[in-house]
Design a protein around this ligand. Structure first.
Ligand code: FE2
Length: 129
């Protein structure tokens, strides 16, 4: 299978603030303008293309990032430093906690537009029976 996700548009209330948020919290290179987009690249060649929602209501999307244990510590440190709310679950019920699914660590938080972000140190595996 040769198909790879290459880019996705992240509709944002304020694309500049959103791109800076992703670069800052994740420790990624600064966004590069590309036409109407502000592009932030992650390690597996996927581009997050931030685009203004042009005053429309932003439909919440979910973006999950697989990170190393060290990166988790760094990113989670920035989440706490910025006093962002975080949850152990996507339903945002377990506030202030992280999860340990699939033998790793995971946590959910929101970007400035309300998209639900997740960092995990282990990819989702088979659910326990
Ligand atoms: Fe997820």
């Amino acid at each position: 299978m040769a198909i790879k996700l290459n880019h996705t548009i992240v509709h944002s209330k304020d694309p500049r603030a959103a791109a800076e948020f992703y670069s800052g919290v994740f420790g990624l290179p600064a966004a590069k303008p590309f036409g109407p987009f502000l592009d932030v690249n992650v390690a597996n060649e996927v581009t997050l293309a931030f685009l203004s929602a042009e005053g429309m209501e932003v439909q919440m999307q979910h973006y999950a990032f697989l990170v190393s244990e060290t990166e988790f510590d760094q990113i989670f440190g920035r989440i706490k430093q910025r006093r962002l709310k975080f949850w152990a679950d996507p339903g945002q019920k377990q506030a202030g906690e992280i999860n340990h699914h699939f033998g790793g660590r995971g946590v959910y938080f929101q970007d400035p537009s309300g998209h639900l972000l997740e960092i995990i140190t282990q990819p989702y595996g088979p659910f326990p029976k």
